[in-house]
Design a protein around this ligand. Structure first.
Ligand code: GDP
Length: 520
């Protein structure tokens, strides 16, 4: 694929964080995104009419410095995870919105798990504090149980009490985002290179043709650039910002609406600037062909309980997503799974657990993080979810009996462990005579006193009960004038040992092999 390297350390310049807003339905994600956008001074000064282009950038003052933040304007972790499934990670920080009257709800946890799985730091916005029954302390307590410990309790997650409706403490939230980015991330990009980035959303506009909102991730996108966006291509005819204002360039972390494409790309499609239109078209056509082929190919599961070898080489971890009919069964299953003793070598991680059918979301998350989905007394939500799982090579296993699920996961994990070997005795022989041969070295004339002596078997030599040679092998084995593969108890033979000639009459040759130890 096309695209330059980032360049050297000194070419990198700070870029604003890109933020997604997640949380349970009705907890105020949309309201918050609207409030932040509305508060923005720059928007008012620009005098433009606010447009929903899928992302916007705001400024805030932190420690006397003007800092920018880019918000993805599609609330919810579904979009976030669907993008990740396409290989695009544009979010640097997740804002987890929790309504202070409602507290932590199932989708709060789902969002949290998705952000965690992506390795994205979280800032918690405790919303609706204007309501009389708001209980921000309870939210803190609840989230602490899920590993988000507020700074004030000694943890490293920033919690900010806000009201999206009453526009309370929104600046504090913006500050918390900037501070979290500064503390945990090194957000830099080279603005002086051909631009690359991701499509946030796209559609066919009646008057303007195909339009796409793209987020520049590195480089600077300029009007007139030749660009490939997923299977679409073209020359950037014009760019608009979220106020409907024309801009002629876009720096890293800046979202812009791009006009001039040949067709409509999809959210999550990467874009890049190429030297000229011809190259743009070639790359786009190649991508389109690849996509056509890919959509016909049904992949077998990349990660399945039957074949965990990929995991063994990659990361020694089995990632699971558990979906169940009721929270009790999900908890019981999770509890039992986490008690499986797989030793130090393998890690069992439960990326997400929840009540309800297996959703597209679950499949996307599983696909990204090579997880297996366990459905306990639930099924895939629809045929299209099943199809997505097939396409993505994600295994969904259905169970209705807990111990059966445990047994199968346990068996698969045991198979992941490196085998242990044990020594199995084959036989012994006593040295009765010694012959020296210029060709073979020392040949020991032996009587096989127990079991069998086998050529190429592992061997050690004992003298008066002490080991005088270990880690050797039966290099050659003869009976009379003929090579033999094995000689049994009660028969005589001549043998030589690999790399060892100091054999004496009376020595005992012990042979054995290493066998994989059965596991219980
Ligand atoms: P979403 O589903 O998370 O996007 O939630 P919305 O932004 O649509 O908000 C759901 C409801 O909660 C709407 O009726 C909002 O007006 C209301 N709401 C959002 N934020 C606040 C707030 O801070 N205080 C109060 N009292 N209501 C709010």
């Amino acid at each position: 694929e096309f695209g330059e390297d980032e360049g050297d350390e000194e070419d990198l310049q700070p870029r604003p964080p890109v933020v997604s807003v997640m949380g349970h339905v009705d907890h105020g994600k949309t309201k918050l995104l609207d409030a932040i956008r509305g508060e923005n001074v720059a928007a008012r000064e620009a005098g433009g009419i606010t447009q929903h282009i899928g992302a916007y950038q705001v400024s805030t003052e932190v420690d006397g410095e003007e800092r920018k933040i880019t918000f993805i304007d599609t609330p919810g972790h579904e979009a976030f995870t669907a993008m990740r499934a396409r290989g695009a990670q544009l979010t640097d920080i997740a804002v987890l919105v929790v309504a202070a009257d409602d507290g932590v709800m199932p989708q709060t946890i789902e969002a949290l798990n998705h952000a965690k799985a992506a390795g994205v730091p979280i800032v918690v916005a405790v919303n609706k504090i204007d309501l009389p029954d708001a209980d921000p302390a309870k939210v803190r307590g609840q989230l602490t149980e899920y590993g988000l410990v507020p700074e004030e309790y000694g943890g490293d997650t920033m919690f900010v009490d806000i009201s999206a409706k009453a526009r309370l403490n929104l600046d504090d939230l913006l500050e918390a985002i900037v501070l979290t980015a500064d503390a945990t991330l090194d957000l830099r990009a080279n603005p002086n290179q051909a631009a690359q980035g991701v499509t946030v959303e796209a559609h066919l506009d009646k008057g303007r043709g195909p339009v796409a909102t793209v987020l520049v991730q590195r480089g600077t996108l300029k009007v007139g650039d030749s660009i490939v966006v997923g299977p679409a291509y073209g020359r950037v005819r014009a760019m608009l910002d979220e106020h409907g204002q024309q801009v002629d360039k876009a720096l890293p972390s800046r979202p812009v609406l791009v006009l001039g494409l040949s067709s409509v790309p999809r959210a999550g499609d990467n874009f890049l600037v190429v030297p000229d239109d011809r190259v743009a078209r070639q790359i786009a056509e190649k991508r389109e062909a690849r996509e056509r082929n890919a959509s016909f190919a049904k992949r077998s599961p990349r990660v399945s309980l039957e074949n965990l070898t990929e995991l063994l080489t990659e990361r020694q971890a089995l990632n699971l997503i558990i979906k169940g009919d009721v929270s009790g069964s999900v908890e019981a299953l999770e509890d039992a799974l986490s008690k499986i003793d797989v030793g130090e070598e393998v890690d069992l991680r439960i990326l997400h657990r929840g009540v309800g059918a297996v959703t597209e979301n679950d499949v996307n998350l599983a696909s990204i993080d090579n997880a297996i989905i366990i459905g306990f007394n639930v099924r895939a939500q629809s045929r299209s979810v099943e199809r997505l799982a097939e396409q993505e090579g994600v295994e969904i296993r259905y169970y209705s009996v807990i111990y059966q699920a445990i047994e199968e996961v346990e068996a698969a994990l045991k198979g992941l462990l490196k085998p242990e070997y044990e020594e199995v005795q084959l036989g012994t022989a006593e040295v009765r005579e010694i012959f020296r041969s210029s060709r073979f070295g020392t040949i020991a004339g032996c009587l096989v006193t127990s079991g069998v002596i086998r050529r190429n078997a592992k061997a050690r030599l004992l003298r008066d009960g002490a080991v005088v040679a270990d880690n050797t092998e039966i290099a050659s084995l003869r009976r009379f004038k003929d090579d033999a593969t094995e000689v049994r108890e009660g028969f005589e033979c001549g043998l030589t040992l690999q790399n060892f000639n100091d054999i004496k009459i009376g020595d005992v040759v012990e042979t054995f092999e290493m066998r994989e130890k059965p596991r219980d």
